[in-house]
Design a binder for this molecule. Sequence first.
Ligand code: DX5
Ligand code: ZN
Length: 220
Amino acid sequence: MKIAPSILAADLADLVSALAVCEQGGADLVHVDVMDGHFVPNLTFGPPMVQALARRTSLPLDIHLMVSNPESLLDEYLAADPAMVSVHWEASVHVDRLLTRIRDGGAQAGVVLNPATPIAVLAEILPVLDFVLLMSVNPGFAGQPFVPYVLDKVERLKRLIAERRLAVAVELDGGVSIENIARVAAAGVDISVAGSAIYSAADPVATIGELRRLAQEDLV
Ligand code: DX5
Ligand code: ZN
């Protein structure tokens, strides 16, 4: 399983240190939560900020766009040269067009579903996705409790991907912790985002390794 620390949960006045934690801990990706104060009730990182972050790390960026009208600033976020970009199904009118733009911009393209959005909405788009990001909290804030029914959703989505012989990765975001990552891994999650579990820990660097170890333990 890949581990993607969410820097939203770090000290936002010291993001260079937050990136150093990712690098020293051996993270696979850096998860960047973009919020617009409209689709979600919180505001975070604009394009110049994300481009500046990209210049400070060699790790690939995983940009999670929690914004209304994701088409409007998409090119500016793609200018940060991210490895992955995801848009919310609930916020996107022309999902297929957005995915094409993300791919043409050189990134892997994903669709995000809120906890209450059924996976059935992916029926047509699944074959053209690189990944699906399932929210295991309601988007907007770090540090919220895990929504348990999403694990069943992960298992059903993994089955669907296998049945259709697709190579779509499943990412899980929200409330993933030392306590539940073994169950997350058992459900088949390919990439886990973790914010507070890492940045609120006494030793954030060691916690990245511990999450990875607990995720692997379950699979052997
Ligand atoms: C929530 C964000 C998550 C969040 C994860 O809206 O999309 O990425 O930062 O933080 P934790 O792991 O603390 O729930
Ligand atoms: Zn996120």
